[in-house]
Write a protein that binds this ligand. Structure first.
Ligand code: PLP
Length: 416
């Protein structure tokens, strides 16, 4: 249990009282050596598990060799190798990479590039979307009021269109998709003319917004409209990339190709690293100095990312995410069937949400919060999300085993 320190800012308020002493694989141990099944993975970051020996070894070796070599002054081997390696897993045609440190910074970079490349100002985003907390990223974010309240004025030129959140809309997936695309067409016809619209930003699965997968037909509809109007389709893969959804990229489920992809989280197993990928014709429209940052493409982070990609490949983690995700979803659906409080269980791969709903159909945040807390007391660490905080989400490391999935489902059942 963590003892609150008077010196800590309230901004560091934690959701559980766990004081993590060490991590190993799917587990976190507190200072009393109590073990917790970590189904949060540091919010989807430690995909290869805590302290994977190959990642640790690569990082240690790099720390002893070159910690930092700023790329505008000197280039270094880990960045070059990582760029080559990512070229093998990125969607065809996205052949240029640029690195920063966090998801939000990469979102900023994508927005800058979209504006630089098109000469247009506006961005279209979707209700419930989350793209980060820096000012421009927060301007693109609508997943709840906490992030934007009291920090404005935010960036102008952001147009919000509905997301096909079928469960909350009370529609079938087809109806929700049709509705959301119709609304998008309306925005393009009335509020944000194509000639003013640089980009559409979308997550393949709404993350903070409630773990709502974008239907494949919706993503294809965005691709068509982007092509028709010369608008860039920016796919934010910060939470969905690197195997999380049971495919290497979340957008693969829809068979589309983004114009810009944003990557972070699962890229480097916990070391800060993020970036954007785009075709060279697009990337060449940005000029040196207009984008960048002191720590971008840090050598240790790049070395950790290279080891992470090796582990993902050698241990078959994308396939494991698909298999273990199906097992997790099945188990959780069983729990939901036994407990009326959970109205929907959904998600591709190892990105699964349990939505709590009151008998009158409204979001049941109180019960979700209690279940989340009870799970932590039983040794299962989880997260909440959704505009109302009524979705309990599970996002374990991709190395998770069938036994660990079954244990988590059992603990969850007891907690609910
Ligand atoms: N985009 C998505 C889809 C995210 O889930 C997040 C973080 O959760 C971000 C962007 C922002 O990333 P960061 O918190 O690293 O700035």
């Amino acid at each position: 249990m963590a003892e609150p320190s008077a010196a800590l800012s309230p901004l560091l308020k934690q959701a559980t009282p766990v004081l993590a002493a060490r991590g190993e694989g799917v587990y976190i141990y507190d200072e009393d050596d109590r073990r917790y099944l970590d189904f949060t993975a540091g919010i989807g970051v430690t995909s290869t598990g805590h302290c994977h020996p190959r990642v640790v070894e690569a990082a240690q070796r790099q720390v002893a060799t070159l910690v930092h070599g700023q790329y505008t002054t000197v280039m270094h081997r880990p960045l070059l190798q990582l760029t080559e390696r990512l070229g093998g897993v990125l969607p065809d045609g996205l052949d240029r990479l640029f690195y920063v440190n966090s998801g939000s910074e990469a979102v900023e970079a994508a927005l800058r590039l979209a504006r630089q490349a098109t000469g247009r100002q506006n961005a279209i985003v979707f209700q419930g979307g989350f793209h980060g907390r820096t000012m421009a990223a927060a301007s693109l974010t609508t997943s709840g009021t906490k992030i934007r309240a009291g920090i404005g004025p935010l960036m102008p030129g952001v147009v919000v269109s509905p997301f096909p959140y079928a469960y909350r809309l009370g529609m079938s997936e087809e109806e929700a998709t049709e509705y959301a695309l119709r609304e998008l067409d309306y925005q393009l016809a009335t509020v944000s003319a194509p000639k003013d619209t640089a980009a559409v930003f979308v997550e393949p699965v709404l993350g903070e917004g409630g773990y709502v997968p974008a239907p494949a037909a919706f993503l294809r509809g965005l691709r068509e409209r982007a092509d028709q109007h010369g608008i860039l389709l920016v796919v934010d893969e910060v939470q969905t990339g690197f195997g999380r959804t049971g495919a290497f990229w979340g957008h693969e489920h829809a068979g589309i190709r983004p114009d810009i992809t944003i990557i972070a989280k699962g890229l480097a197993s916990g070391f800060p690293l993020s970036g954007i990928a785009a075709p060279h014709e697009l990337m060449e429209k940005a000029w040196p100095g207009s984008q960048g940052g002191t720590y971008g493409g840090n050598a240790v982070s790049c070395a950790a990312a290279l080891a992470t990609l090796d582990v993902i490949e050698d241990e078959g983690l994308v396939a494991n995410a698909a298999d273990m995700g199906a097992r997790l979803t099945r188990g959780l659906a069983g729990v939901a069937a036994d407990h009326d409080v959970i109205g929907d269980v959904r998600g591709p791969g190892l990105m699964v949400g349990n939505e709590f709903t009151a008998p009158d159909g409204s979001p049941d945040t109180a019960t979700a919060t209690r279940a989340h807390k009870a799970a932590a007391e039983k040794g299962l660490l989880l997260l909440t999300c959704g505009p109302h905080g009524n979705v309990v989400r599970m996002i374990p490391p991709l190395i998770v085993t069938a036994d660990q999935i079954d244990q988590a489902v059992d603990l969850w059942s007891q907690a609910v």
